[in-house]
Design a protein around this ligand. Structure first.
Ligand code: C2E
Ligand code: SIN
Ligand code: SIN
Ligand code: FE
Ligand code: FE
Length: 585
């Protein structure tokens, strides 16, 4: 996944533009600001020049005089606010008198602050830094929201493509009549796929469905990446049935070149599907060979294979690989093969799965951009951290759901929501100032209280949640630091309180503690997965803990910070958690 983070990196210096007709004021402010290396200063005496400088240089803060010849200060403010490119630039009025009426007019026109000339250096610098920071936080938030909105509108478009594909299939079905019975069934399965939003859930479901209608023992999905094709998903009934209850298959990390030397590589590079009766006895004249890398890691033996490209328009996104046919095409006691009918059905199904994969990729892309916005501000939150927290959260939910007899379709839907919510749990950090977020040492009380606002600030992004995905994201962003015994934060904040919060806050609003089962399930799950991952990671302010210490903390926080049932689940999954770290280092 490529994440466009370069353009998100904020400027290191704060650029201040002063527009004041008196040369003396310009010089005086320049002298005031000179000792502060983080501030770059530029001034002009002319309103017109000031306006074009604002457009070309995009200052972090504009200092604007009121009484000027030509365009006066008030008109200038109105003009700046009316330009969408400048509407969010913090603007501070520098005036020679403090008249309440004028002041009010300035704020009414969109000024952010009002200072009487000349303020002392420390006050001026403090205000400049404050407004620059507010402006940046606002821009980061806007960017994140736009990224999300863009991916949403793309989604609507892709959804209509999926609908069109379904209609085509339906029409084809009518043409072919009886014979197409199987294809029609496969088509109906494809429609089922369109319901999943998250990439992993789409892959899980696609593989399960394809293995179902071909009766395959195992299967893999490979995705095309810049450096080759990566094994991103596997299922294997034989290996899974040998696991202890509660265990999961470890995630293998395999990347192959995208060329015809391997089976999956051949399909990815040519876009053609393959049906192979026995990979152990391939004709030597074939360009591809069976690379037994995965078998060697797992001790499994691959024989028959059916492999189809996941292709959208002319682009191959990945490869769907089915392994070891079980029943239908049995040729002898121990070798079963896939049939030409299986191949036709898989090709059709792969076409539909591709659309769902592409669509899920878009959702994931939108979320990754959102995270990137937070991440480039926070050196401790890496893409890998959110992937790990999501992976571990979903594994915990799966066990929880099995224990609570949640039915498969509900489980499938909820997992999808949880994965996305877990990935954005810390997105509110985008609004935390760098001096706190990037502090190498321990936070003091004031800083820590400010840090805690990332919970409600994140939740605010999903305040107008009107679907189960947004609701899950809201629950998790807000409540992932609430604790089972009621000592966590932010407690039971409600929508009305959130709506009344000012844009910039440095402490969470007072609220009744939230405890036990009052905390949403997903937030209770992510709380465990997040702390587990934070403790096993190196942070700017701490070294990674040993596995024993982490286990000990989970045990001792059971019933205090964490839901005891979820601690038991996490402890059973520890080995899987470790393999997740290997997969997303
Ligand atoms: P994070 O680093 O992702 O940590 C998430 C949670 O893991 C923390 O939530 C805390 O519950 C737990 N955790 C992390 N490190 C430790 C540790 O050394 N000991 C214990 N007992 N628990 C730990 P919390 O405390 O609400 O912090 C939220 C976020 O605030 C952290 O996310 C981190 O970004 C920041 N933060 C917290 N304390 C400090 C600090 O002392 N210095 C800095 N620079 N940042 C901090
Ligand atoms: C393949 O050649 O596609 C299989 C790769 C592997 O099993 O390592
Ligand atoms: C703090 O009290 O500053 C946070 C400690 C922690 O990381 O748990
Ligand atoms: Fe957090
Ligand atoms: Fe976190």
């Amino acid at each position: 996944m490529t994440v466009p983070s370069a353009q998100l990196v904020s400027k290191s210096k704060t650029l201040v533009l002063l527009v004041d007709d008196q040369v003396m004021i310009g010089e005086a402010v320049r002298r005031l600001l000179a000792p502060f290396p983080d501030i770059e200063f530029t001034a002009t005496q002319d309103a017109e020049t000031g306006y074009s400088l604002a457009l070309s240089r995009r200052p972090d803060v504009i200092l604007q005089d009121l009484m000027m010849p030509g365009v006066d200060g008030m008109e200038q403010i109105i003009r700046i606010r009316a330009n969408p490119d400048l509407a969010d630039t913090p603007l501070v009025v520098l005036s020679s008198h403090s008249d309440a009426v004028i002041k009010e007019q300035c704020f009414g026109a969109g000024a952010n602050d009002y200072l009487v000339k000349l303020p002392d250096a420390l006050e001026l610098v403090a205000r400049i830094r404050y407004h620059a920071r507010m402006g940046r936080a606002q821009r980061d938030r806007d960017r994140a929201m736009r990224a999300l909105a863009d991916s949403q509108s793309e989604l609507v478009r892709r959804n209509s493509e999926i609908d069109a594909a379904n209609r085509k299939l339906f029409a084809m079905n009518e043409l072919l009549g009886e014979e197409s019975q199987r294809l029609a069934e496969v088509g109906a399965l494809g429609t089922k796929l369109a319901c999943a939003q998250d990439l992993n859930e789409v892959m899980d479901q696609a593989l399960r469905l394809a293995r179902g209608f071909t009766d395959a023992d195992a299967g893999s999905i490979w995705m095309v990446e810049t450096d080759g094709i990566r094994l991103v998903y596997t299922q294997n009934d034989t290996l899974e049935s040998a696991l202890q209850p509660g265990q999961r298959l470890p995630l293998a990390d395999v990347v192959l070149p995208r060329d015809s030397t391997s089976i999956a590589g051949y399909v990815a590079s040519t876009g053609k599907s393959l049906r192979i009766d026995d990979v152990q006895h391939l004709d030597a004249s074939l360009p591809y060979h069976f690379l037994s890398q995965v078998d060697a890691q797992t001790g499994y033996q691959t024989r028959s294979m059916l492999v189809a490209p996941l292709r959208v328009r002319d682009e191959v996104l990945g490869v769907l690989q089915l392994i070891n046919a079980r029943g239908r095409g049995k040729v002898s006691a121990d070798v079963a093969v896939f049939t030409p009918g299986d191949e036709a059905a898989l090709e059709l199904f792969a076409g539909m799965a591709s659309l769902a994969v592409e669509r899920a990729n878009l959702v994931r892309g939108g979320i990754m951009r959102l995270i990137a916005t937070a991440e480039m501000r926070d050196p401790t939150e890496t893409g890998a951290h959110v992937q790990r927290v999501a992976e571990c959260s979903v594994a915990m939910y799966d066990k929880w759901a099995a224990l609570h007899n949640v039915d498969e379709s509900e489980r499938f839907r909820r997992r999808d929501e949880l994965r996305m919510a877990a990935m954005v749990h810390d997105v509110g950090k985008v609004a935390i100032p760098d001096r706190i977020l990037k502090k190498p040492g321990k936070l003091d009380d004031v800083e820590y209280r400010h840090m805690q606002t990332h919970s409600v600030l994140g939740g605010r992004l999903f305040a107008d949640a009107n679907n189960s995905y947004d609701e899950a994201m809201r629950d998790v962003t807000i409540h992932h630091h609430d604790k089972w015994d009621g000592t966590g934060y932010p407690g039971s904040v409600n929508a009305a309180m959130m709506a009344q919060l000012p844009v910039e806050i440095d402490t969470i609003p007072a609220a009744k503690p939230l405890r036990g089962l009052e905390i949403p399930l997903f937030a209770r799950i992510v709380a465990v997965a997040d702390v587990y991952d934070a403790l096993t990671s190196k942070r700017a302010y701490k070294e990674p803990w040993t596995a024993e210490k982490v286990t000990e903390l989970l045990r001792s926080e059971s019933g205090r910070a964490f839901d005891p049932e979820l601690v038991d689940i996490a402890l059973e999954l520890e080995e899987y958690f470790r393999s997740v770290r290997v997969r997303f280092p």
